[in-house]
Design a protein around this ligand. Structure first.
Ligand SMILES: [Zn+2]
Ligand SMILES: [Zn+2]
Length: 89
């Protein structure tokens, strides 16, 4: 098996649901996460995978997330997988 430098960590990185960059777990700011994370996400949905930039956008309401069939996406854009408009949360 060929191991590239991108596989330095065994844990696969999630991709940002908006731009596809490596996602950043929100738990890195554990002490402030509870206060800074918006409460609009229904608890039954998983935490969205977002990169640093889009977490910042999301927290400042510049980014509207939506839910497609089984994944997050940018609301009111067309899902490239399912070819339907992503519904806002
Ligand atoms: Zn992003
Ligand atoms: Zn979709």
């Amino acid at each position: 098996m060929v191991t590239s430098s991108a596989d330095a960590y065994s844990v696969p990185f999630a991709s940002c649901v908006v731009c596809g960059d490596p996602a950043t777990p929100p738990a890195t700011e554990e002490s402030v996460a509870d206060a800074s994370l918006p409460t609009v996400l229904p608890s039954r949905l998983p935490t969205p995978d977002l990169c640093d930039k889009h977490w910042a956008d999301y927290r400042t309401d510049w980014l509207l997330l939506g839910w497609c069939v089984d994944h997050y996406g940018q609301a009111l854009t067309e899902c490239p997988v399912h070819h339907r408009e992503i519904e806002p949360l």
